[in-house]
Design a binder for this molecule. Sequence first.
Ligand code: ADP
Length: 736
Amino acid sequence: MNINIIDIIPLVSSIFVFFLGTIVFLKNTKSRINFTFFLHAISISVWLFATFMMFINRNNLEKAIFWDRVVYAGVVFIPAFMYHFGLAYTKKKRNIILYLGYALSFTFLSLVFTKYFVNDIFVYKWGIHTKAQLFHHVFLAYFIAYVLIWFVGFFVYYKKITSPVAKTQTKYIILGFLLLFSIGPLAYLPAYGIGIYPFSYISGVLFTIIVFYAIVKYRLLNIKLVFRSSSVYLLSLLIIFGLASGAKVLAEKFFNEFAFWVDLMVIFFAVSTFPSIKNLFFRWANKYFFTSLYDSGKLILKTGNDLKTFLNIDKIYEYLFSVFSRNLHTKAFGVLNYNEENGTYKLQYNQGFKVKKGTDFDRNPVVEAKFIAHNEIVITEELKNLHYSKKTKDLIELLEKLEVELLIPLKVKGNQIGLIALGPKETNEAYNEEDLQVLEIIAGQSAVAIENAQLYSRVKKFNIRLKKEVKDAIGEVEKSNRSLSQTNTKLSSAYKKLKQLDSAKNEFISIASHQLRTPLTSIKGFISMIMDGDYGKVDKEVDGALKKIFISNERLIKLVNDLLSLSRIESGKFNFNFKKDDITELVEETIDSFKLEAKEKGLRLKFNKPDKKVKPFVFDQNKVHEVISNLIDNAIKYTEEGQVEVGVEDVGGKIRIIFSDSGKGMGPQELEYVFEKFRRGEGSNSSNTDGTGLGLYVCKKIVDAHQGKIYAKSEGVGKGSEFVVELRKDLSSEKK
Ligand code: ADP
């Protein structure tokens, strides 16, 4: 066995292609595209592996020929598998061409190990190669035909694609196959005596890498980067293995005698450099190829946990930016808040987009309905398919101008609170399927965190406002308290003054009344005596004058009595003297004292005695006398003609004294207020100038002190009045 360092390349390529194909298949074993890609990769892998075996067995003719035939065993399937992959990718059904292809491939497989396919050998500098035979030519025709058919089919399909992403994907696939079929077939030349070094196996690797790149970059075949880290590991291992083998080959050449030590050193070298090579690859892969080698599960968990700890919105935004830039290598990041009132988005946070913070953006109804409403990420590249309206076109242009690659809805319990905008990755790779899933989850977590922070800040602001308002309110209350207490002092001093004035007034009335009563009473006595003839006979004319004086004097006495009572009531000195007495007698006597006045006015004054004698009961004789005389006086005063009647009725537990007249009567309103202090009826001031409005007030006070009732009735003005006093018969003399 003679291993050349260059011989390793097909081996490494073979493993690489096999690995890639297997991952694609395992990713989705049900997908036709994935499966046919896998088959295709296997046939390439067999080709590359057998090439390697052929190289290392170049000194053993028999083995070399065997492995050359194995190369063909892989290659004969390329047209069928490729065609099959093409059908799957272009979404076409299996057809006769496919079946024919498989039939041919199997036929050629069965011929590969016979002399009709290849036979004899050409010896070249780099090794040997078999000579093409009849079926090799036929196979070549089959190969070329299928390649042509494949390209025509793909080209037709490509023309019909509208989605830009699908178009780019397809472009990569075509490029991959183009490389494969422009370089790959050169490997047939040595079979026809042209001794070109069979470097064309490189096309198998290039093809795989291109398709692989398309898969990574454009989410082709919908493969998640499950093989990210494992592929980097494998690649590192292969490189180490390659380097080690190279080192061994070189060492064997020059230091063959120290083979053991060399082996040891190589192993030591391999083991010690592996971690650094692996790390280097990770970094490269991370930067230039895979975009991100983050562990999505860990990232989601960590972000979710971290987000719970923030209460400040700006901190959340900064944190998210660091997450996206560190893991996805995102160049620009922005957060747009949705304003429900005017239906616009406001740019709340901006890192890297060429637009001012606070800018408003209109909503696009189509995008809202198609994506945001379903919580779906808007991918600018894919949005280009949606030329629904001018508005959508404008939006796409805006997104392209601002270099927005993704818009991710922020939703909490179905309520949209905003959008996250992401710019391109530093590597200019597209966001892959895994990125999108991670972004969707992080967006969900972020939305909750943002809403919580917003609520918190609102509560905080409200608290501050509340504190201020409470402070203001307290200040106001204090202020009004101060002015209230000032008013209070003013009022209380005014009250004091008023009270002083009032008591001075009461004192004055009391003194004045006392001083008036005595002479009035003596005037009354003297007039009575003169009228009775105690000072000699009185002639008729003088008697008439005396009567008038007597009546006026009576009225003055009544007035003074009222004033005296008022001053006593108000000074709290209105004392009662309850005693058992005969009411009928009191009423009769009082009526008698008004006989003269009634006669003078030409009125009939009549007393309606009770049917049965009323038994004496407890009342204050003087005070009740004042009531009766007041009411009779009023009745006479306010009656111009007719009669005044006074009746006493015994009704069960009480005595009712009724005063009715045929006088001026009262309206309903007047009836209500006549018992109030200093209130006089309408027109009373002009018709009866000597009234005070005190009589009925005093009457009510007296009746109230007897726990009785006093009320007035009248059919209306000019229809006479009736005043009723009700007194209880069961009052005890103890009662004050
Ligand atoms: P004064 O008679 O001094 O005005 P009163 O308190 O005795 O005061 O009466 C209050 C008012 O009630 C009178 O001004 C009068 O209008 C009305 N009034 C009292 N008695 C009668 C009555 N018998 N007939 C009509 N009006 C009366």
